[in-house]
Design a protein. Structure first.
Length: 336
């Protein structure tokens, strides 16, 4: 393959448009901060300093890990609106087991992971064996998790202290620019690579796309669609539990509001990354770019002194634009 063909392949890759958007937004942010906030002194721009980049990566790691499981679910044609409240439930449960009932940390962590997987599998069983929309079923589970969180904590925060400190403190530093990779970021990168390889090169990955593209055709091709969907939601529960551990390690306390709104961030990142709401289309690196994009915008608005309430507007606009781009792309593909 010559250089021209390689360049053409890169330009037509499904992730290239969002990668260019991310690069363009970074440039705009640097220019705005340099001119408005720093008075033309671009050497003092905080957005591109190593310490700020490291902080952004740590902040997006929870959303990113959750988005990995959500990507699998959404490519298969599913949806999970309960993931944010499940983080609250899992965080409160772990804090309760460790602090109130005095469980050792390791057994408590294992118990919470098992509970998350089983609850998600229960949701998968309902979705796969009925005609109910995943949107409605996950909305019901969302309310259940919220109620359980308040029952466990009685509405109060349960402080864990430094029980999961090893997750927060373990990091790799690079040079003198204060850039580092925290354990949560390394987990995000490692899990993204693993699930990308599975989606792209394994039979399991091909099944995900097949079920999302045409469930009836997948069933006729011999794929056990119902069992497979249950397994997918179970995997989603695993990623939610891992994300909960990284969040608890950072905040040090379990509380009912700790995961509120996370489902919006996760779904926004997955959709912005190119995953179709109808299923059958999407990839892990697109989701990773979507998480980086939303995290960069949120961090930039804080640096520029813009009200955090505008972040909700930005997320909504990005979701709408991404859906529209996917719609136009689908029409062009159909026309061809």
């Amino acid at each position: 393959m010559d250089k021209k063909s390689k360049m053409k392949k890169i330009l037509h890759h499904e992730n290239t448009p969002m990668l260019l958007v991310l690069f363009g937004i970074v440039v705009v942010i640097v220019i705005l901060e340099g001119t408005i906030v720093r008075g033309g002194t671009f050497s003092q721009v905080a957005f591109i300093k190593g310490s700020n980049i490291a902080n952004v990566l740590v902040q997006i790691s929870v959303t990113g890990i959750m988005a990995i499981g959500m990507t699998m679910v959404m490519i298969s044609g599913g949806m999970d609106l309960s993931c944010g409240q499940m983080v609250s439930f899992a965080g409160c449960l772990l804090a309760h087991l460790v602090v109130k009932t005095e469980w050792a940390t390791v057994p408590a962590v294992i118990a919470v992971i098992v509970v998350c997987v089983l609850f998600q599998m229960a949701m998968g069983i309902i979705i796969s064996r009925t005609k109910l929309e995943p949107f409605i079923v996950s909305l019901g589970f969302m309310s259940i998790y919220q109620g359980l969180s308040y029952l466990i904590t009685q509405g109060r925060e349960i402080t864990m202290g430094d029980q999961l400190g090893f997750i927060k403190n373990m990091k790799i530093s690079f040079g003198e620019n204060r850039f580092y990779l925290g354990m949560s970021v390394m987990l995000l990168i490692a899990l993204t690579i693993i699930m990308w390889l599975i989606l792209k090169y394994s039979k399991y990955g091909r099944w995900v796309y097949a079920v999302g593209g045409n469930e009836s055709a997948a069933y006729l091709a011999g794929i056990p669609v119902k069992k497979f969907k249950v397994a997918l939601y179970g995997f989603n529960g695993l990623f939610i539990s891992i994300a909960t551990l990284t969040l608890l390690a950072r905040v040090g306390a379990g509380s009912p509001p700790m995961g509120s709104g996370k489902e919006i961030d996760v779904i926004a990142a997955v959709v912005v990354g190119g995953t179709a709401l109808a299923g059958g289309k999407g990839n892990m690196w697109g989701t990773f770019i979507g998480v980086l994009l939303l995290g960069s915008i949120s961090n930039a608005l804080n640096i520029l002194g813009v009200s955090p309430y505008y972040q909700y507007i930005m997320k909504g606009l990005l979701i709408l634009v991404s859906i529209y781009i996917g719609y136009i792309g689908g029409k062009k593909k159909t026309a061809r």
